[in-house]
Structures are given as C-alpha cells and as structure tokens.
Design a protein around this ligand. Sequence first.
Ligand SMILES: Nc1nc2c(c(=O)[nH]1)N[C@H]1C(S)=C(S)[C@@H](COP(=O)(O)O)O[C@H]1N2
Ligand SMILES: [Mo]
Length: 387
Amino acid sequence: MPKINRREVIATGSAALAAYALLHRFAQAFPSRPGESVVPWLDQMAPNPVPDIIQNQLHWEDLDSWITPNEKFFSIAHFNRPKIDAGAWKLEIDGIVKKPMALTLADIKQRPKQEVTFTVECSGNHGLPFFHGGIGNARWAGTPLAAILEEAGIAGGGIEVVFWGSDVGDVALKDMFRDVKMHQNFARSMSLTDAMDPKNLLCYEMNGSDLPPANGYPLRLIAPGWYGIANVKWLKRIEVRGSRFMNQFMARDYVTIREEENNGETVWAETSVGRALLKSAPARVTKSDSGYRITGAAWGAPIAKVEVKIDGGPWQEATIDHSEEADFAWKIWSIDWPDAAKGKHTVTSRAFDMVGNMQPAMDDPRIAKKHTFWESNGQVTRQVELS
Ligand SMILES: Nc1nc2c(c(=O)[nH]1)N[C@H]1C(S)=C(S)[C@@H](COP(=O)(O)O)O[C@H]1N2
Ligand SMILES: [Mo]
C-alpha cells in the first residue's frame, strides 16, 4: 500500500485520489488478515501424468486475490499449443452465411469493446486425482460475437456455429464398423441461439494484457456461464452449419454418462458438457493471532450462500465477500474457526444458488451415478492437520 499524505492528495488532485481509492479497494478485496500464515492441506494432488495437456494448475492454498493473475492462470491444450503470428492471422467467418468475412486482429479491435469477469473452470476439474486446480478468474475483454454473426447474416438452414481453433491433432476412431484416422483442428460448437447470447465475446484481452499464448492468443471465445471447453482458444474460423456438429470434443470426450431415474426405470443418459454447474471448494486454512480461518470460493451459478462443515459437525454459514463480485465470477467466502483443536480435521463446503439448488453431496445420485469424470461438481472435502 502506498502512503499518500493529505497535502500530496490535494496537490495532485482528484486523479490521484481516484487511483488511491482504487488501490485501497483492491487491497481490501480478499478476506485475508495481516500476518496470517497458510496451513497446507494434507491431501495434495497426485503428480500430473499429462503435463503437455494440463499446465499451471491453481494451488488452492495460494488463492489470495479475486482475480487470478495471468501468469498463475491454468491452461488446457488437447492438441498442440500453437504460437500464432497475429500480423499474418485472420479470423474467417463462413459456412451458411450471406456474407463470408475474414477479419484481422485490427478489424476486431476496432469494433465495440465489452468486458466480463468470468471464472473459467475445466469440466474435468476435481474429476481426477491429479486435477483439482483447473480454475481461474479473469477480466476478459473483446468484441461481442453476436454482432459479427449478424453482420455475416445467417442464411436459411443455419442452426449450429462451429468454433475452430488453430491447434491440430490426430483423432482415431476404431470399432467393429469404423477404422478412421483423422487429422483435425480442435473445435467445439454451440446452437445458433446459444452462440447469439449477447454475453459471448471474441476475446483478445485478459486482465488488461494481450491474451497469453497459453490462453488463446490472439483471439478466443469467451462464453460466460459455460464450462472451459466451450471457450475455444486460438480461433481460426467460425463456421455456420445446417446440422449438429459431433466431433471428439462435442460427442465423444466431454460427454457425461449418468444413470438417471424416470418413472422407476433407469435411463442411461449421455450428454455433452455445456453450461457450468453450481460448485464450491475450500481454498485455504490460515492462522493468525486471532485464530484459524477457512477461505474458499463458490461459482457456476448465482450464489445465495455457502455452508461449511468441519469433521462431522453442523453446517455453518460462511460470509461471502462482496467487495469484488460479478455475475459470472466466483464468490470468495470465509468463516472463522475459533474452537479449532489440534490434530487432523476435514473441511467440506457446499454452495446454494438463488433458486434453492444445493451443490450435490458426493453420495447424491447426480454424482454417485455418474460414470465419467466430467462435471464433477460434488462437494469438496479437504484434510488439514493443526499443530
Ligand atoms: N483451441 C482450443 N481451445 C480450448 C482447448 C483446446 O485444447 N484447444 N481446451 C479447452 C478446455 S478443455 C478448457 S478447460 C479451456 C481452458 O482455458 P485456459 O487454457 O485459458 O485456462 O480452454 C478450452 N479451449
Ligand atoms: Mo476443460
């Protein structure tokens, strides 16, 4: 915190005062306490067996700001991690459109700018023992996608919008009837209605800087409210099609298989991962002169409240930090733990949304009858030892 005395403030005027107020606001924007230290969790992630795909995971104990700095933001790349020369790059918009377009980065930056603070979570997060840190919160800026699609003009029959990345990989399909080896660009699609959501951005800025190479430079889709997979990076082409798009990342991976009940019958449902789900997790236990405190995050839906359970005790309501918040960003919560006893403990959190839904327990059928690791929004339990 810079020290500014009254005379300096008067001398330099209201701009400095505004800057000071802003700094002060950011400094207050996380429920941390002076001189506190972090007690590391006993349960730590397993070593990452896919270091090319998953990088820079969030260390929950390090969470001390609402915004995740770019250099601490996780990244996922299923194929290669392309290094793109923005000067030679163009975004193509084509398919079933009246006016195909090719836009340079300068063209895109000249269009109206819109920002959103959005917490991106990989739908695989917490689904695998080596993957608990696939989440981060950033302020994304770009231009609305809808206006560009409107300008291109959807021609008759267009129902699906495919977002093609510049990254390429090999995909093999082999069973009794098929033996196909494909070389294809990463892609995900959305229905035309979903794509036209005014919140979707063709994004070139992350926390005020150019997108980092790992996070999609020069341009990515930002689809607030959707799981990470929908937010296609390194965009190359946006294509409007007349039928549903069923590639690897729509219809084979990123498919949740779940046993559901319908009139007493079991229905095996296979659904494509889409919108984010209600979730929370304890982030860190801290110790200061005034005792222990648990801090965490909640996201995936408008959050009404968060409750915390220590060992087999009662659920207690946490305090949600309102100093920095946005519709699609995680909420930071905290709860003091005054009567903390020495020894090992478990800490579990559960979030509630505005319409009364609760984050499912691990034995809830939505989690227990799910046979794939995606969409693992069950309650997270961490272990800690106090000395
Ligand atoms: N082109 C492309 N876009 C992609 C991916 C990818 O492999 N290629 N991975 C997706 C997945 S699975 C996630 S979780 C998010 C992660 O965004 P980040 O890497 O910026 O954190 O990017 C998505 N966009
Ligand atoms: Mo993901």
